[in-house]
Design a protein around this ligand. Structure first.
Ligand SMILES: CC(=O)SCCNC(=O)CCNC(=O)[C@H](O)C(C)(C)COP(=O)(O)OP(=O)(O)OC[C@H]1O[C@@H](n2cnc3c(N)ncnc32)[C@H](O)[C@@H]1OP(=O)(O)O
Ligand SMILES: CC(C)C(=O)C(=O)O
Length: 506
């Protein structure tokens, strides 16, 4: 049996079936290219018969995305299969995926078909698909609630009719890892021609078991896993691509298997999907959540500083993240604090670490987010203000042809008054330019993010600015109920940190 697990991505088909995740044609094409770069083996591009837009999405992905096999889903009905074949015409490598439900519930209440009628529809569907393409996948929808003997009969008939991949979906996320293992094992033992097809699995996450069930199927001999980026999909979602891929990679010592995924592309692809669908990844989400490689407690931070493997089973770079983050807060200890003091450019050996640590603990008890500027203020023993003061600011912006502009009035370190104005791509850009003019500092902006730190229409926004000046990195933070004011305050924070550093060095 091969030791490669085929990664079948269904973000654009099952993923799009999650409420709120509908994508436009252009967004699907962009996502498909990203999936190609990620190195998935199969992209299920859509359900061609569902709508003209779905048809066009499958057709354009088939035309444009080279590398992965492009797949289209179809019911066991002539029109769906013909539409799938037509949409796939220009694909370099193509697959038609036909399915029909096999469980008693679906047969009796939904399809209103007998066992024999379902088998007949499955055979006819696979044969028709086979008349268009060599690569035919057949799925027994709701397989995990289907009588095992009957499931084996359907699978055998589908392979006999020409299916080259047999998918065993846990359509409603009902099964358990042990049951999934037993189901695949049963099929291997009771389907005479099973060796002629690749066994696949497609698990939903209704009980939070999609990845565990997929891994159990793989342990039993499945060599294709169907999954979606960020785990999006019907209801609670599908098996998350990033989780299954990293589980197989990280526990290669256990599974002895591999995928062809370029894992360092996981985070960029995941972020693209979030941006496109607008669905935010929870902070604690495995692999891709903001906290997945963040450490906040002192004992863990000390371990991480001593050896990253103490508390990390994967390196953040392996999924495309720049680095681990040690987040300073009320649970941090002295080791992490000293590390941060050094990172900020101070000579920790000559600082009064006992005093700084005591002040830090006091501050952390009162403040949720401790920033670099806070630590710097603790080290230099001064409040995090000045020497530049923003006395006044006015911005204008609008839509269409309106030009964003800003005027600032800034008091310099020696009490001098600086009034400047500038235009920009938006009010924030205009304000930053005006501040640069007023202070005479040219800042290379590397990033700006604004997050809400409280709830409601009067929520506080927290802006974080990352910038470079004279080859050094600086961070600034600002808060306000006005996001332009928060951004400007963060930029002023950067200006002041640079000035303080320059004053100290001179
Ligand atoms: C588990 C899964 O994720 S399966 C994929 C689910 N995805 C989707 O449904 C998204 C795309 N679907 C659609 O756009 C629409 O449902 C369409 C265009 C496919 C069909 O629309 P309609 O013809 O209006 O049918 P509707 O969706 O209301 O009902 C489904 C019909 O397909 C039949 N059907 C369902 N599954 C299958 C199947 N695998 N093979 C054959 N027939 C099937 C149902 O019995 C029902 O038939 P009926 O109209 O004769 O009663
Ligand atoms: C069509 C099949 C594979 C499916 O999406 C499911 O059963 O969940």
């Amino acid at each position: 049996m091969s030791d490669k697990v085929i990664i079948f991505d269904t973000t654009l088909r099952d993923g799009e079936q999650s409420p709120g995740c509908a994508m436009t044609l252009a967004q699907k094409r962009r996502m498909a290219k990203s999936l190609g770069a990620l190195g998935v083996d199969v992209i299920e591009a859509g359900f061609a018969a569902a709508s003209p837009d779905d048809f066009n999405a499958v057709a354009s992905i088939a035309r444009e995305v080279k590398g992965p096999t492009i797949c289209a889903l179809a019911r066991c009905n002539d029109n769906d299969i013909r539409e799938a074949a037509r949409a796939l015409e220009e694909a370099e490598k193509k697959r038609i995926h036909v399915f029909i439900a096999t469980s008693p519930l679906h047969r009796e209440h939904k399809l209103k078909m007998t066992k024999e009628q379902v088998i007949e529809r499955a055979i006819n569907g696979v044969k028709l698909a086979k008349s268009f393409v060599d690569d035919v996948e057949f799925s027994c929808e709701d397989a995990t609630r289907t009588e095992k003997d009957y499931l084996a009969q359907v699978v055998e008939a589908a392979i006999e009719a020409g299916a080259t991949t047999i998918n065993i979906p846990d359509t409603v996320g009902y099964t358990t890892p042990t049951e999934m293992f037993e189901t695949i094992d049963f099929l291997k033992k009771h389907v005479g021609n099973i060796e002629q097809a690749i066994i696949s699995t497609h698990c939903h996450d209704d009980l939070g078991l999609a990845v565990a069930n997929s891994l159990a199927a793989v342990e039993a001999g499945a060599r294709q896993v169907e999954c979606t980026l960020n785990g999006i999909g019907e209801r609670a979602g599908n098996c998350a691509l990033e989780e299954i891929v990293m589980a197989i990679k990280t526990r290669a010592n256990h599974y002895g298997l591999d995928t062809g995924v370029r894992t360092e592309q996981i985070l960029p692809s995941s972020r693209l999907l979030s941006a496109i669908t607008g669905s935010v990844v929870p902070r604690n989400k495995a692999i891709i959540g903001d906290n997945a490689f963040a450490h906040a407690s002192g004992i863990h931070q000390h371990g991480m500083l001593s050896h990253p493997e103490t508390y990390e089973i994967m390196r953040p770079q392996s999924i495309g993240r720049v680095d681990t983050s040690l987040v300073l807060g009320k649970h941090s200890g002295r080791h992490a604090l000293v590390d941060k003091v050094k990172e900020l450019g101070f000579d920790a050996a000559s600082e009064d670490i006992d005093r700084i640590f005591a002040d830090f603990k006091n501050l952390a008890d009162r403040k949720k987010h401790i920033t670099d500027a806070d630590i710097e203020a603790l080290v230099v023993g001064q409040a995090n203000t000045g020497p530049w003061q923003l006395a006044q600011m006015q911005v204008t912006s609008g839509t269409g042809d309106a030009i964003a502009s800003a005027a600032v009035f800034i008091i310099g370190p020696d009490g001098s008054e600086h009034r400047e104005a500038a235009t920009g791509d938006g009010p924030v850009d205009a304000a930053f330019r005006a501040i640069e003019r007023a202070t005479g500092m040219e800042i290379h902006l590397e990033g700006l993010s604004v997050n809400s730190i409280s709830e409601g229409i009067d929520a506080q926004g927290e802006a974080q600015v990352r910038a470079r000046f004279a080859g050094q990195s600086f961070h600034g933070r600002g808060t306000s109920t006005d996001i332009v004011a928060a951004s400007v305050s963060a930029f002023m924070d950067v200006i002041n940190r640079i000035s303080r550093q320059m004053a100290k060095a001179s």
